[in-house]
Design a protein around this ligand. Structure first.
Ligand code: HEC
Length: 111
């Protein structure tokens, strides 16, 4: 697990300069906000296809906020998801998540 994390961090460092700004911002938000609960962002992104992320992140992430606000386990994140900070971040997050979606063709480990 330790090595796996190192590989992920290394991959992030290598690829970050080549990502477009919005994707990079989304990744930064992910690392700061979501990683603690969900682990690797590219793995989470790759768990759904683009269409699904677009739906989840539609209307400034309304659905994603709902998922968390209706889960007791996600309580530590309630403040964030009901804040305007999230609505501001949601576009960047969407860019990041769709960039690495299952059907995006971007498999970070192989390019
Ligand atoms: C405090 C911990 C916590 C934080 C922070 C958090 N989540 Fe979650 N998230 C959860 C929990 C718990 C669930 C499961 C809710 C359920 O299924 O009842 C969940 C569910 C999800 C789901 C749905 C999973 C699925 O398979 O349908 C997505 C997508 C998701 N989170 C993305 C994010 C993103 C993106 C962020 C950062 C903006 C984030 N989460 C921040 C705890 C967290």
């Amino acid at each position: 697990m330790f090595r796996f994390n190192q590989i992920i961090i290394f991959t992030l460092l290598l690829t970050a300069p080549f990502l477009n700004a919005a994707t990079y911002k989304g990744q930064k938000v992910y690392i700061e906000t979501c990683k603690g609960c969900h682990g690797g962002g590219q793995e989470l992104a790759a768990s759904k296809n683009m269409r699904t992320w677009e739906k989840i992140m539609d209307k400034k992430g309304e659905k994603l906020a709902d998922i968390h606000l209706s889960s007791k386990k996600a309580q530590p994140a309630w403040e964030y998801f009901s804040d305007s900070k999230f609505t501001k971040d949601s576009k960047h997050l969407e860019d990041f998540l769709t960039e690495y979606a299952k059907d995006s063709g971007n498999v970070p480990a192989c390019n």
